[in-house]
Design a protein around this ligand. Structure first.
Ligand code: MD6
Ligand code: FE
Length: 198
């Protein structure tokens, strides 16, 4: 019999929602986030209603997710710097493709990594990701730093530093959001959201 040494790391929360505990290494990812933010700074985006989001956002990869008064979309040029988004580090891509594969989504080919920075009190209201072209490709969401409560469909998933959630298939258009982040021993929660946008 083949023993799958990694089986215990894969937890199915709902059909299409898979949790990989401690799958990502913050020691590798956080310096890469800093390097990206030195080129494409974190900024608070405006939502179509005119309010500004409580999270600070940047992106890397071929396309970056944008919100402004006109709506939500992906752009290949950062509107703040008027330069292309920084390239997606190979370590990011390897992590995202590996997580998707472990979760049962072979062949994930992300072209976008949204990076969200949550100071204590920042949150993400319930929404559906629907600005992407191909809903056959999953979403890979990497949690770093301060813990968070991630709500998806009717599940609440407590997330710690390094945990990864993959949602796809029947859960690709599930409603999800993040409860206000609580202050702790680290300054921020970061989230990396990998998607195939174009
Ligand atoms: C998170 N972010 O930051 C989850 N979705 O943990 C999202 O679900 C999200 O930040 C669509 C567009 C922007 C986002
Ligand atoms: Fe989302």
């Amino acid at each position: 019999m083949m023993v799958d040494l990694f089986a215990s790391r894969v937890e199915t929360i709902r059909d299409g929602v898979v949790l990989l505990r401690a799958f990502a290494d913050p020691r590798i990812l956080l310096p890469l986030i800093d390097a990206i933010a030195s080129v494409a700074p974190f900024r608070s985006m405006t939502v179509p209603g005119g309010k500004s989001m409580s999270v600070a956002t940047t992106s890397c990869g071929e396309r970056g997710w944008i919100s402004d008064a006109r709506g939500y979309r992906y752009e290949s040029v950062d509107p703040l710097t008027q330069r292309p988004w920084p390239a997606m580090p190979v370590e990011f891509r390897t992590l995202a493709v590996g997580a998707a594969s472990r979760a049962g989504f072979a062949g994930f080919d992300p072209d976008s990594c949204l990076i969200n920075r949550y100071a204590p009190g920042a949150r993400m209201g319930a929404h559906v990701d629907k600005d992407e072209r191909d809903f056959d490709q999953p979403i890979v969401s990497v949690s770093l730093g301060l813990p968070a409560r991630f709500k998806i469909a009717d599940a609440v998933i407590p997330l710690s530093d390094g945990d990864v959630v993959v949602f796809g298939g029947p859960a690709r258009t599930a409603k999800h959001g993040v409860s206000p982040v609580v202050a702790g021993p680290l300054p921020y929660r970061f989230n990396l959201t990998f998607r195939r946008a174009g």
